[in-house]
Ligand binder design. Structure first.
Ligand code: ATP
Ligand code: MG
Length: 362
């Protein structure tokens, strides 16, 4: 059997710097019996510089053929002046759209060594391990009609919060599948009290649970209460299933429970691809961080944990993912910190490359 294939798109800013550390991790796995066929290409500003477009057709074709895509970050001040249609971010959006990645997975996990980083008290977040599944292709960001129209003597801005049953169902299945690998609990969040799409969301999620996932415990919560509960007692949750808009907001809130942007991975999953793996793109939550790019200061952990999500969710290599996450946990417990993890107490920061080396050694 051939190895699973991975397309690496390092992108801009700190993207290539953090990706270099992932390559060390991939090399370690290769030397220890788990190999991937890795190809690399350009995306974002780096692709624009060469091809005049943030995502060349050949690159998209490679992404469609690959079993998973691992992306660094795109964008930077150099590209701010570009026309909207060729901005680096458009490359990313096009990839998501063409791969039809409808489920965005954002874990919020609090490593014990960093629990004092959270804006909340240690006891509220220590050991936190939740997963938000955000629907990514529909809802109010895409619904029609949309636009700014003139009505009488004033203008009106309109967006439409629209969900079809099948869009809700496929996001729900992604959440239930995940829950089977975790704690078997899903909390679905919407505003069924004031929104029709919310009523349908609740109904469809419940139906899929009852018909296909009787082993999963499903609860429902209004998203405003969900926001409150996330900052009050986040450990009550395991998997949270929610729509595009609420997911955007709730996952950013959940992210800050854990402290640092440099620690947060993400996955976006779609339907089954050509080789039986789901279409998938993995990327750190952080951006290209132009303020620290080129200085060897970036924290590579978000990107390394994104690769770990690929091991777990694309390739069914949960044991290897556990190993990698344990290595990250160990270096943090040993007190190793990149600059973003130093905090008010200070200390000595290690470089991007030293952090990658330490994780590989662990
Ligand atoms: P985008 O629009 O692409 O999301 P942004 O400016 O909102 O970009 P980032 O590029 O993620 O967000 O940067 C936000 C801040 O966090 C910056 O000060 C950046 O240096 C810091 N930061 C982001 N990622 C990392 C990282 N991996 N390691 C250290 N610091 C980081
Ligand atoms: Mg941002």
């Amino acid at each position: 059997m051939s190895n699973p294939s991975l397309l690496i798109l390092a992108g801009d800013g700190i993207g290539p710097e953090v990706m270099a550390e992932v390559r060390k991790v991939i090399a370690w796995f290769d030397a220890h019996g788990t190999s991937f066929d890795v190809t690399e290409d350009l995306v974002g500003g780096a692709a624009y510089d060469v091809h005049g477009t943030p995502l060349a057709d050949e690159t998209l074709a490679k992404a469609l053929a690959a079993d998973a895509v691992l992306l660094g970050a795109v964008g930077g001040p150099k590209y701010d002046v570009l026309d909207f249609s060729v901005k680096p971010e458009r490359g990313l959006l096009k990839l998501r759209k063409e791969l039809d990645l409808y489920a965005n997975l954002r874990p919020a996990q609090c490593f014990d060594a960093l629990a004092d980083f959270s804006s909340l008290k240690r006891e509220v977040v220590a050991g936190l391990d939740i997963m938000i599944v955000r629907e990514l292709t529909s809802g109010v960001y895409f619904g029609e009609p949309r636009g700014i129209f003139t009505e009488g003597n004033e203008r009106v801005g309109i967006n439409t919060h629209r969900y079809t049953e099948s869009e809700i169902a496929r996001a729900a299945r992604a959440a239930f599948d995940l829950a089977r690998q975790r704690g078997s609990r899903v909390c679905s969040m919407e505003k069924a009290n004031v929104m029709e799409a919310g009523i349908l969301w609740r109904e469809v999620a419940q139906k899929i649970r009852d018909e296909e996932y009787p082993d999963i415990t499903l609860s429902h919560m209004y998203a405003d209460n969900g926001a409150m509960q996330l900052v009050r007692a986040p450990k009550q949750f395991d998997v949270i299933l929610t729509d595009n808009l609420f997911g955007d907001i709730l996952s950013d809130a959940a992210a800050m429970l854990t402290g640092s942007l440099g620690m947060l991975p993400s996955a976006s999953l779609g339907a089954t691809g050509p080789n039986g793996y789901p279409r998938a793109m993995y990327e750190p939550v952080h951006g290209s961080a132009p303020d620290i790019a080129g200085q060897g200061k970036a924290n590579p952990i978000a990107c390394i944990l994104s690769f770990s999500m690929a091991l777990r969710y694309s390739f069914n290599l949960g044991d290897q993912a556990d190993k990698l996450e344990a290595a990250v946990e160990k270096v943090l417990a040993d007190g190793l910190r990149t600059a973003d993890l130093l905090g008010p107490a200070g200390g000595t920061a290690i470089s991007t490359s030293q952090m990658g080396d330490a994780i590989v050694a662990a």
